[in-house]
Write a protein that binds this ligand. Structure first.
Ligand code: IPM
Ligand code: MN
Length: 349
């Protein structure tokens, strides 16, 4: 019996979450497990109505679930960053969801903008550190609004934080058992304090994994290789900021934001699963947004809950539907409505 908190959130979040939950129901019936859902209405509408962003008690409650399933956060009528920081980043930080796991996998039949690259070339996982770096909000602004303004935004990197992330990445590579390789993506030629720490810790941890090759690529080169030779990658481990950037590129080479899923993971606590695209407010309530990313996030959640068979069934259904049925991964061009895509997945399961 799993207790799952659901945060549909803003924009198209509720629509894609609805389809993800349909799929969850289907696999629970097929594979015989039970769950209970508790919905939380955090997001822009609640903020505009009540002024609440993420009440402290709710944050405490969230710790006690088996998983959290999130749609999207971000509302055009709210100040930029307010909800993102106040909800999404607060949950990541306070619940110590220190891994952001973002698979980049191109499925057969899905359009890829890379010439001459196919599903056999694009299958890797980005392990993004999720609680440190520039995201901590350390720094300050002085003499704001004057010609002498100074803005400082500090990248915080702790040995413990780096080490647990790097170790997680090596374990992912071992579990995947594909190329058995982890690539550290950093910028050691410029960030000679912070990324020197990353590099030293990376090679230290690598010594414990003799079966896994430790590889290094600067972040700019990583972007180049992700386009030119994505087949070189198996597991990429990287900082919070670089991970944010390269996973949008990753989403594009796997077919777009409509298909890219992610997990915010605390291996010793509760974890949260979300499609990595935003709330796409312009598509809200039009039944045109692609729910596959949310359904794939549900698959990651099932895998994390150790419902391996159910997770595999969802992935098989996704592969069937994206390769045999859907015309495109882009909103409005799928050949089906949001709800119909969910129904197709359920049918395939
Ligand atoms: C993501 C998003 C968030 C991030 C934003 C919304 C704060 O871009 O999950 O990648 O930067 O981590
Ligand atoms: Mn991002």
């Amino acid at each position: 019996m799993y207790n799952i908190a659901v945060i549909p959130g803003d924009g198209t979040g509720p629509e894609v979450v609805r389809e993800g939950l349909k799929v969850l129901r289907a696999v629970s019936e097929k594979f015989g497990f039970e769950y209970e859902l508790t919905e939380y209405d955090f997001g822009g509408d609640r903020y505009l109505r009540t002024g609440d962003i993420l009440p402290k008690e709710a944050l405490e409650e969230l710790r006690h679930y088996d998983a959290i399933y999130l749609g999207a956060i971000g509302h055009p009528d709210c100040p930029p960053g307010l909800l993102e920081k106040g909800i999404l980043l607060t949950i990541r930080f306070e619940l110590d969801l220190y891994i952001n796991l973002r698979p980049v996998k191109l499925y057969p039949g899905v359009d890829c903008p890379l010439k001459d690259k196919g599903p056999e070339d694009i299958d890797f996982v980005v392990v993004r550190e999720n609680t440190e770096d520039l995201y901590v909000g350390a720094g300050g602004v002085y003499k704001k609004g004057t010609p002498d303004e100074i803005a400082i935004q500090e990248s915080i990197n702790t040995r413990k934080g780096v080490e647990r992330c790097v170790r997680y990445a090596f374990n992912v590579a071992r579990e995947r058992n594909k190329q058995n390789k982890v690539t550290l993506c950093a910028k050691t030629n410029v960030l000679t304090y912070a990324h020197d720490l990353w590099e030293r810790v990376f090679y230290e941890v690598a010594e414990e994994y003799e079966d896994i090759t430790a590889d290094y690529a600067h972040v700019d080169a990583t972007c180049m290789w992700m386009v030119k030779n994505p087949e070189w990658f198996d597991v990429i481990v990287t900082t919070n900021m670089f991970g944010d950037i390269i996973t949008d590129l990753g989403a594009m080479i796997q077919g777009g934001m409509g298909i890219a899923a992610g997990g915010n993971i605390n291996p010793d606590g509760v974890s949260m699963f979300e499609p990595i695209g935003g709330s796409a407010p312009k598509y809200k309530n039009q039944n045109v947004i692609n729910p596959i990313a949310a359904i794939a996030s549900c698959q990651l959640m099932l895998d994390h809950l150790d419902e391996k068979e159910a997770a595999q069934a969802v992935e098989k259904a996704i592969i069937h539907v994206v390769s045999e049925k859907m015309k495109s991964m882009d909103a409005g061009k799928m050949g089906y409505g949001t709800d119909e895509v969910g129904d197709l997945i359920v049918g395939a399961i």
